[in-house]
Design a protein around this ligand. Structure first.
Ligand SMILES: Cc1cc2nc3c(=O)[nH]c(=O)nc-3n(C[C@H](O)[C@H](O)[C@H](O)COP(=O)(O)O)c2cc1C
Length: 364
């Protein structure tokens, strides 16, 4: 029952939605990394529910370093970061102990933890825990940026509403210009789409598209710890992520080899590829092109429509109407979580290749 990810740099996640606090422990960090509070706060803000589309739970998300930071820099010893839970409404959830929400982890958790799990607010399985991932991951992401490694995620699709222009425009970016999260027109259409589903007590899903730029060629291990494998591992840890694909992903099955292969060429003494259908990865290892991947995020499982479920206390079928506070979409809020997870995975592989001090010193 491990809750730890990584080899040379690890993250351990702890807490429950309605416990006193949630948090994460990063172990294997380089000493001397400057803590970029503004960056961490910004990423936490991106994860927060937004007015009009979000849940009514409003947490300040103030984080506190319990260990591993001294005079604003990492010490290199285990870094523990915690975020208090202030806004618990636990009575909303007591009925869910016996009537599991379809699409959520309630029944699976009951099966694994034999009824000892904290059911309040989804307990350890709540999206609330992603705040701790974002806080820890943003610390790492900020350190990566110091060495020219940037992670960009934008909403490629909210349900059926596409952000076409951005997908095309950003397909082969080599520079490190920040993606706008979304184009204005798409943002309005997406908000309306979410609101319409929300009004019906329903929810919507979508697709996040990400690129990691600035990674040197040669990162990732062949076979089991391939970059695809390690990234998928951590991305599938995000509750609600049901698909991860690299480069053209499933669409590559429809292409011919002559279309799918990315031709090499030299530019200023550097080997590049003219297209990037393979997502910047060959044999599980980076080739120096942007690492491109997409995550399918499902519609929020907690919906307000009446649903069929079971009553575990009497062993019979029943119906469920959920109260509590839930977003009609979590896609946009998952974007900084994707960045945080990708940062930790990439930093782990960089640490494996270049050693613990890499995150502080970069390539010397
Ligand atoms: C940022 C974020 C916020 C979430 N908020 C909610 C929520 O308010 N209600 C809900 O039912 N699920 C929410 N989820 C999704 C659940 O955490 C997720 O569906 C659940 O843990 C089960 O995991 P699975 O969908 O991967 O099987 C959220 C996920 C993320 C990433």
């Amino acid at each position: 029952m491990r809750n730890t990810f990584g080899n040379a740099l690890t993250i351990t996640l702890f807490g429950e939605s309605h416990g006193s606090a949630i948090g994460a422990i990063l172990d294997g960090l380089a000493p001397g990394i400057e803590i970029d509070d503004a960056f961490i706060k910004n990423r936490l803000f991106q994860r927060k529910p937004k007015t009009g589309t979000g849940t009514a739970r409003r947490e300040s998300d103030d984080y506190r370093f319990q260990s591993g930071v001294y005079n604003g820099k990492t010490t290199g010893t285990p870094l523990c970061i915690t975020i208090e839970n202030a806004q618990q409404h636990s009575s909303d959830y007591e009925t869910l102990r016996y009537t599991p929400r379809p699409g959520h982890a309630d029944f699976a958790a009951e099966s694994k933890y034999h009824g000892f799990q904290d059911v309040r607010g989804g307990g350890h399985f709540s999206g609330r825990l992603t705040a701790a991932i974002v806080a820890a991951g943003a610390l790492v992401e900020a350190a990566l940026r110091q060495h020219g490694i940037y992670i960009y995620t934008h909403i490629a699709r909210m349900g059926v509403i596409l952000d076409d222009a951005l997908c095309e425009q950003n397909r082969h970016v080599l520079d490190t210009a920040e993606f706008p999260t979304i184009s204005r027109t798409a943002e309005t259409a997406m908000k309306e789409y979410i609101a319409a589903a929300g009004k019906e007590g329903d929810s919507v899903g979508g697709v996040l598209e990400s690129e990691i730029v600035g990674l040197p060629a040669g990162i990732g291990e062949p076979w089991f710890d391939s970059l695809e494998g390690v990234l998928s591992h951590v991305l599938f840890s995000i509750g609600g992520v049901k698909g991860v694909e690299f480069g053209e992903g499933f669409a590559i099955a429809d292409m011919r080899g002559s279309e799918a292969n990315d031709p090499y060429y030299y530019k200023d003494g550097r080997v590049l590829t003219a297209s990037n259908h393979n997502g910047g990865i060959g044999g599980g290892i980076t080739n120096g092109m942007p690492v491109r991947f997409r995550c399918a995020v499902k519609p929020t499982p907690s919906i307000y429509k009446k649903q069929k479920t079971v009553d575990l206390s009497i062993g019979a079928d029943t119906e469920l109407t959920i109260s509590g506070r839930h977003d009609p979409a979590i896609v946009h809020r998952a974007a900084p979580v994707v960045n945080a997870c990708a940062a930790i995975a990439v930093a782990d592989l960089l640490t494996v290749r270049y050693g613990t001090d890499f995150l502080k010193t970069g390539l010397r």
